[in-house]
Design a protein around this ligand. Structure first.
Ligand code: FAD
Length: 844
């Protein structure tokens, strides 16, 4: 007797025709509504089986449509709100959509794709499902896919059916999570073998290709400029595409065919050698997005036979499906509740054993822990979007040592894996990540420090059988090198926060980047001016906000690393000597000064200070020459060359540097920036501001001053009575060409008026003129400018808005444009392997 029911179809919603058994057994109805009587079509909401063949959800939609006498059509959409949405995942998904669009068109099946982005958002799924007799989608057990399908089921007027498109043996038939692979293997063997023998036949469409009236203009993916589209989306542009692994069925099958025919036979012997990237199939991203059929891969591996095929099949069928079933029947695989009780209890007891050296998210994400093999493993995720499975286990376990408790370790594991790995967010990810914390495993006694009874595995021990240097060398090059053989050198002009965000993102992807700045040291407009007398002033930017989660993630890390801190001082609005609290705001400052953030960012970059670039000129042999300004040095300095030049200076200084790209120069000219006179004053006695509690800073109204702040009250500053005063843009513009000697007394008088009386005598005061201080009108258009044909780009607050976080986001967006454009230069993948379907489509 088999351990599982060989066939157990669900009860379908009223009005739905019976489906053939091989489809029926894969169905989970997500609501109990009858077929919508006035429904005009059957909708297949495609998400995780992005292929036009071997696709049970597509087949069910086609079969139901035929039986109901209705047309069927496929709606496929890409939202910006899925967790860890980035250029990397978006590009892969869009490339996959391009292939499935072509495949479905060839099969005569209607398909429409929608990409959410500014100006192109709306409740389109709800609208389309609202007019459908019935909706079909995939049964994907991980968040947010499961949640989104359930939400649709609550809103749609007709049935919503989820079909298992990922497992050879449908998850629902297994019925419960298994915690050990050998038991799962045994329990499912016979039922799975039956299905593998049966093969798969695609269902023929019920009629000619059909599209309803769409609430959006469908996208022609064949001609779409994918990097440009990705740049428009509000997603994480700091994680770039992986050009050696383009998305889509064609690239997926090409890779599979190569592996199947040349390396499958030696897989059993070679698979654990992390130095040989060709030893493994590297199919997991294609499987994750359903761009290749797991059924077809399994059939073809079986047909090959041998011990390599046997091992691949065990991983593809047993381990992969074990993880799917586990996620399907585990309420929250993202929480520690998903690991066995013994592991959870033991890890909690081991918490006091952890290392003192906790690592911030940024330290981990940027592979900077100092543990050579772990850093090399993380580098592989960051740069190549993948990590050899054997090393991934060590990578996962080692994180326990840098986090305060197991729950944080799991959060970090999920974050780093899902963010960087192309196959992240898969049920299989949870299989691997939870294994690192004891799932699918047994306890090991006696308990060990950090790991407790969970199987211990450290990078240092792993390094005895895998040379960290050799592994690092094998993954360190930018991903374009594997795809196209070389990576272009890049120059950035301007080491403010925008330039450094761009440079660091590119350097983190492995590119050679050199930054040039005219200043004597790091700062830009986040400068800290220190006096010989021990005074220190943030005379430019005062504090930063972190409203955008893409920036907030880094700010949290900077706080953990001690280069920034929350500034919680009371801030007021001051008018005519009266104070009222300013609206509450989360504010952060660099510690011990604003420039600490810039120093931190510049820390591991190649930055040339004291180098003012006068012009960017076409080099005779291609690329660009960065010519130093005439007033710099003795003029003998040779001009530096780069293939890509990114101008990250304030807009008025960017214009002339962008002269070879007139459109970009025009955009810089369209931004407007206001000046600011700043005064740094220090007093022997306390300056009293009105208010209770007395504010430490204030926005001033009806005054030449816009802002005053007791700088020495910010976290980490030397004690004292140091004040920074900023004049309004209008006053600064009116007095722009005056001298500090004229400005300082005028603004000190305004300060006395603002605080409603007299000031203690100033011990000293200095003035500083910021000619281009604040953006008052950003250049219309995208967050960053880039001309891929010229290899010239620009970023800065003036591309986005007046704040530090705008400058950061603009710099990262520019890096994203560059990474996308470089990925677009990779040679097109061999397209010949999307072979004809094994079995002709059948009419049901
Ligand atoms: P910058 O910081 O200006 O960096 C540009 C860099 O380019 C500079 O380092 C410069 O030396 C270099 N450079 C320029 N020309 C050349 C050249 N030809 N060759 C080589 N290098 C060159 N924002 C907030 O969020 N909160 C605040 O409280 C706040 N207050 C502010 C107060 C003042 C007085 C000022 C001036 C700004 C304030 N801002 C504030 C704005 C904030 O500082 C900016 O938005 C942000 O720092 C801009 O960063 P960036 O990298 O675009 O430009």
């Amino acid at each position: 007797m088999p351990d599982l029911p060989l066939f157990d179809p669900p009860r379908l919603n009223d009005g739905l025709p019976a489906l053939p058994p091989r489809l029926a057994e894969r169905v989970t109805p997500l609501n109990d509504r009858p077929v919508a009587a006035d429904g005009r079509y059957v909708l297949y909401w495609m998400r995780t089986a992005v292929r036009g063949h071997d696709n049970p959800a597509l087949d069910a939609a086609l079969a139901l449509a035929r039986a109901l006498g209705l047309p069927a059509f496929v709606y496929h959409a890409l939202d910006e709100r899925y967790p860890y949405a980035s250029d990397r995942h978006h590009t892969f998904i869009l490339e996959g959509a391009r292939d499935v669009a072509a495949e479905l068109a060839a099969r005569g099946i209607g398909y429409a794709f929608h990409l959410s982005r500014p100006g192109h958002r709306g409740p389109h799924l709800k609208t389309l499902a609202g007019a459908a007799a019935c909706t079909v989608t995939e049964d994907m057990p991980t968040a947010p896919m499961r949640r989104w399908a359930e939400a649709l089921a609550g809103a749609a007027p007709g049935p919503v059916l989820a079909l298992d498109t990922a497992c050879t043996l449908p998850m629902r038939l297994v019925g419960r999570a298994h915690d050990r692979a050998f038991a799962f293997r045994k329990a499912t063997k016979e039922a799975r073998a039956l299905r593998l023998e049966e093969g798969w036949s695609d269902v023929a469409p019920p009629g000619p290709a059909f599209l309803p009236d769409l609430p959006f203009a469908p996208m022609d993916l064949a001609s779409a400029d994918i990097p440009a589209l990705v740049a428009e989306c509000e997603i994480d542009h700091g994680v770039g595409p992986v050009p050696h692994t383009p998305g889509g069925s064609r690239a997926g099958y090409a890779r599979w065919a190569d592996f199947r025919d040349t390396r499958l036979a030696r897989y059993a012997r070679r698979r654990n050698d992390a130095l040989d990237r060709t030893a493994v199939s590297r199919m997991s991203a294609y499987l994750h997005y359903g761009q290749v059929s797991p059924f077809r891969l399994a059939r073809e591996a079986m047909a090959k036979g041998g011990d390599g095929a046997e091992k691949v099949l065990d991983e593809m069928l047993v381990w992969r499906e074990l993880a799917h079933v586990f996620c399907r029947f585990t309420p929250d695989p993202d929480s520690l509740d998903a690991i066995p009780d013994w592991a959870r209890e033991s890890l909690a007891r081991a918490e006091f054993d952890r290392r003192d050296a906790l690592a911030s998210w940024e330290t981990l994400a940027r592979a900077r822990t100092g543990e050579p093999l772990w850093d090399a493993a993380q580098l592989s995720l960051l740069r190549q979007g993948e990590l050899h499975n054997n090393l991934r286990m060590t990578w996962g376990k080692e994180i326990l040592a840098w986090t305060p408790d197991a729950a944080t370790a799991l959060d970090r594991l999920v974050d780093l894996n899902h963010r960087y790995a192309l196959d992240g967010r898969d049920p299989n990810s949870y299989g691997g990540l939870l294994w690192c914390l004891g799932a699918f495993d047994r306890p090991f006694d006696p308990p060990k420090p950090v790991f407790g009874r969970v199987r211990a595995r450290s990078a240092a021990v792993h390094a005895r059988r895998l040379d960290p240097e050799a592994f690092r060398a094998s993954v360190a090059a930018p991903a374009i090198v594997e795809a196209a053989g070389r990576a272009p050198p890049i120059a950035v002009i301007g080491a403010g926060i925008a330039g450094l965000a761009a440079a660091r993102t590119l350097a983190d992807h492995g590119y050679a980047v050199r930054v040039h700045d005219k200043g004597r040291g790091p700062g830009g407009r986040l400068s800290t001016r220190r006096g010989q007398d021990g005074t220190a002033f943030d005379h430019g930017a005062q504090y930063f906000t972190a409203d955008d989660p893409r920036f907030a993630r880094f700010v949290e890390s900077w706080v953990d690393d001690g280069v920034a801190a929350r500034w919680e001082a009371p801030v007021a609005r001051l008018a005519a000597g009266r104070a009222e609290p300013a609206p509450p705001r989360r504010r952060f400052v660099g510690t011990p000064g604003m420039s600490a953030v810039i120093r931190h960012l510049a820390g591991d970059l190649d930055v040339a200070f004291g180098r003012r670039i006068g012009s960017v000129e076409a080099a005779p042999d291609g690329g660009w020459r960065l010519v130093a300004a005439a007033d710099e040095g003795d003029g003998d300095e040779p001009a530096e060359q780069a293939e890509i030049v990114l101008v990250c200076t304030p807009a008025p200084q960017a214009g002339p540097l962008l002269a070879p790209a007139p459109e970009l120069a025009r955009a810089a000219g369209a931004a407007s920036m206001a000046p600011c006179w700043a005064v740094m004053a220090w007093f022997g006695d306390a300056v009293a501001l009105p208010g209770d509690p007395p504010p430490q800073a204030a926005f001033v109204e009806d005054s030449p001053l816009a802002w005053i702040a007791r700088d020495s009250a910010k976290p980490g500053r030397p004690a004292g009575e140091c004040w920074v005063l900023h004049a309004t843009p209008a006053w600064s513009a009116e007095h722009l060409e005056e001298t500090p000697e004229e400005i300082v007394p005028a603004l000190l008088d305004a300060f006395a008026d603002a605080v409603g009386g007299s000031l203690p005598p100033a011990v000293g005061a200095r003035g500083h003129r910021w000619r281009h201080a604040r953006v008052i009108g950003p250049a219309p258009g995208p967050d960053a400018l880039f001309d891929p044909a010229l290899g010239l780009g620009a970023a800065g607050d003036w591309c986005r808005g007046p704040r530090i976080e705008d400058a950061w986001l603009s710099g990262v967006a520019l890096a994203g444009r560059v990474l996308g454009a470089i990925a677009g230069t990779a040679p097109v993948t061999e397209r010949a392997h999307l072979s004809p379907r094994a079995v002709k489509p059948v009419d049901l």
